[in-house]
Design a protein around this ligand. Structure first.
Ligand code: ADP
Ligand code: MG
Length: 399
């Protein structure tokens, strides 16, 4: 789960992260009030969307205009900037061409930036530990820095038994070329980020830029946080920060039905039970030269209701040109799944090719139910057969 910059800053501040004063605004009136409450003389009006690159982004309605992060010199200018940004679609490198509608702004105090650093904490899958990544090339795209000057990216892995140690902060600070009191400030920033990461079961905390101010102090000027969905049950307070307008409606609907669904870019909708089988299904679709439109795991207890919900979600994706159902009937019997698939197909008035591959308990009975349904559902014998058949059926339907 992702949250907005202003929410991340509020959370991080609670762990000791230095941030600037700011207020959220959902209308230009609120932006005016928010700016008036700040000391000035400089204010920054920041689009709140779940994507980065806002500063360099452009609004669809005004492609030659200013970006999604604007520096202004008075509360009146903040109000005008808010009017120009709210309810408009911001396109950044991270949103893709469709962009995101800006519904909230963060009105923040401006500051005097001496240097922009990059800092992030994430789970390093290789070591299974939290890693701190830092670079003196902050503010810009870290991927570019990593590709062209990897030596400018520093990292430290944290031993879970020891936790974060100040010497790791000093090592990184030295690598970043920090001096004087900035070194102690940097260690404090790391400690705050690490404590927040662990306490909130974060997946990523990214502060880009972390800025060095004229007086040597540090402040988190941007903050991106995402959380481990599997740990969200431990944090009902985080669930309240969810912004459904920023999430894929298909993913939200799937979550309501207890389905694991991830939208992808391809054209073959997949309905599978078990994450391993889902991965294998996506692989084999690619092997046949097509691309999966999603990852959808209906889980072990695939009831008819779940199958119907899953079909509806798949069909609501207009990129889906065909569906591949790949179910292993272990706990669940294949005949129950087959009748759920048949009923669901009738209910949603399926209008794209559907290939079903069943394996496991009562598989013959399941296939018979499908054959005798009178619906144009194609039975497949095994995984490769299923992938070949759906790819061919989609090609056939196009011609
Ligand atoms: P994004 O990464 O989405 O472009 P940022 O929050 O990093 O958004 O803002 C982009 C740039 O705008 C920053 O790198 C910084 O130079 C400037 N900026 C952001 N917030 C402030 C602020 N409060 N005061 C001064 N400059 C700011
Ligand atoms: Mg940024």
């Amino acid at each position: 789960m992702n949250i907005h910059e202003y929410q991340a800053k509020t959370l991080l501040k609670g762990y000791g992260m230095p941030v600037l004063e700011g207020r959220v605004a959902r209308s230009s009136d609120e932006a005016l009030v928010a700016a008036r409450a700040l000391p000035g003389p400089v204010y920054v009006v920041k689009s709140q969307i779940h994507a980065g690159g806002r500063g360099a982004g452009r609004f669809k309605e005004d492609p030659n205009g200013k970006g999604g992060v604007r520096l202004v010199k008075s509360p009146d200018e903040a109000e005008a900037a808010a009017r120009a940004m709210l309810d408009h679609t911001l396109v950044t490198k991270q949103t893709g061409p469709a962009g995101r509608v800006v519904r909230r702004l963060y009105i923040e105090a401006g500051c005097d930036i001496k240097q922009e650093l990059y800092l992030s904490l994430l789970t390093d899958r290789e070591t299974g530990r939290i890693a701190i990544i830092a670079s003196r090339e902050g503010g810009m795209e870290i991927e570019e820095v990593a590709a062209h000057s990897p030596e400018k990216i520093l990292n430290q892995t944290i031993d879970p038994a020891l936790g974060f140690s100040d010497y790791q902060g000093r090592l990184l600070a030295e690598g970043l070329g920090l001096r004087g009191k900035s070194i102690a400030h940097f260690t404090k920033v790391l400690r705050a980020a690490y404590q927040a990461f662990v306490a909130l079961d974060a997946a990523v905390i990214e502060i880009n830029p972390l800025v060095v101010l004229g007086d040597g102090g540090l402040v988190a000027l941007d903050a991106k946080m995402s959380f481990d969905d599997n740990a969200l049950f431990r944090h009902p307070e985080l669930e309240e920060l969810r912004d459904p307008t920023e999430e894929d409606p298909k993913e939200l609907e799937a979550a309501r039905h207890g389905l694991s669904y991830v939208a992808l870019d391809g054209n073959i909708g997949c309905m599978v039970n078990g994450a391993g089988l889902a991965m294998a299904t996506m692989d084999i679709i690619k092997l046949e030269g097509a691309e999966p439109a999603n990852f959808l795991d209906v889980g072990g207890g695939a009831t008819k209701e779940r199958v119907v919900a899953a079909f509806k979600i798949l069909l609501s994706d207009k990129n889906v040109e065909g569906i591949l159902v790949n179910i292993f009937g272990g706990i669940m019997r294949c005949d129950i799944i087959a009748s759920a698939v048949v009923e669901a197909s009738r209910e949603v008035q399926l209008n794209v090719p559907l290939v079903v591959r069943l394996e496991g308990t009562n598989v013959e009975l399941g296939q018979k139910l499908i054959d005798e349904s009178g619906l144009p559902i194609i039975n497949a014998d095994n995984l490769s057969d299923a992938a070949r058949k759906i790819v061919a059926a989609v090609k056939g339907a196009r011609n």
